[in-house]
Design a protein around this ligand. Structure first.
Ligand SMILES: Nc1ncnc2c1ncn2[C@@H]1O[C@H](COP(=O)(O)OP(=O)(O)OP(=O)(O)O)[C@@H](O)[C@H]1O
Length: 268
């Protein structure tokens, strides 16, 4: 991890390692003045989301400081860091659920974002069937309470087949294992058809076979030109599957770039 205040001249290509630290703290003292969330026209270079000195506060404490970088089409980015480092906070801001107190977050025009929070915040006892959960992925396209028509039913069945749960549409979600439920949530993401897919600890308590299947799905999304951002704790998994890495160190410093470069710089 680079030292706080490391300069832009650290030199790892387009997105060098940088430190947040004091500059970000000063931004919070400004009471959030200057924070900006905006839409930009579609970009030919595939940039979906641009962060400029993004600063986030949670529970009265600054957890992300002066974070700058871009999320582009066709990339798999891992977000790592110790507990409490601000990973979920950052993902919520990327999803548009938390406003920055300073800095800028610019979305490409018409950007479709899907956000899968940690399973621990989802209620699996809710009396709803698997097929209905998956169909909810299409609500922004078809309206929330429209009856399941033949076309949507087919989409749901196809998505369930893709995640290995063909024929499970009528089962209540309370019957599912953690891994099966995560497959259902990935099927819902398939129907969302988003450009930017945000996943918060998607493999938590999920078995190896399910993890491998869901990783394959994430690679498909990348190959389709979507951007996938996943909060992860397993460094081997990050090295093996993610081309980009955004690492938070829990002290408001961060490193962001090609995975090998970020890991190399941290080991140095
Ligand atoms: N709803 C909340 N209200 C107040 N403080 C919060 C809230 N959510 C998180 N925090 C605090 O914000 C900080 C960052 O939390 P966050 O959940 O973003 O970290 P994280 O890196 O995702 O951690 P973990 O690996 O444990 O999930 C922590 O100090 C946490 O206690």
């Amino acid at each position: 991890m680079p030292a706080a205040g490391a300069s832009d001249a650290d030199g790892l290509g387009a997105e060098p390692l940088r430190g947040g630290g004091r500059a970000g703290a000063a931004a919070v003292a400004g009471g959030g003045l200057g924070a900006d969330v905006s839409s930009a026209p579609p970009r030919a270079d595939g940039v979906l989301l641009t962060l400029e000195r993004l600063t986030l506060v949670r529970g009265g404490r600054e957890v992300v400081s002066a974070l700058s970088g871009r999320f582009e089409r066709g990339t798999l980015t891992a977000v790592t860091g110790p507990n409490g480092a601000g990973k979920s906070t950052l993902v919520e801001a990327l999803a548009g659920r938390l406003a920055p107190v300073a800095g800028r977050l610019e979305r490409a025009a018409g950007l479709r974002v899907a956000h899968l929070p940690q399973q621990s915040v989802l209620d699996r006892q809710f009396p709803i069937r698997v097929g209905d959960v998956v169909a909810l992925g299409a609500w922004s396209r078809i309206g929330l309470w429209r009856a399941l028509g033949g076309g949507l039913r087919r989409e749901v069945d196809e998505a369930l087949a893709t995640v290995g749960l063909l024929g499970c549409a009528q089962r209540p979600i309370s019957d599912l294992s953690v891994g099966q439920f995560q497959r259902v949530l990935f099927a819902r993401l398939l129907l969302q058809d988003a450009d930017l897919i945000l996943l918060d600890e998607p493999f938590n308590a999920v078995d190896e076979a399910t993890t491998a299947d869901l990783l394959a799905l994430m690679r498909d999304w990348r190959d389709q030109g979507r951007a996938v951002v996943a909060v992860l704790h397993d460094q081997a998994q990050v090295e093996a599957h993610f081309d980009r890495l955004l690492q938070l160190d829990g002290r408001r410093r961060w490193a962001w770039g090609a995975t090998a470069e970020v890991l190399g710089a941290c080991a140095a």
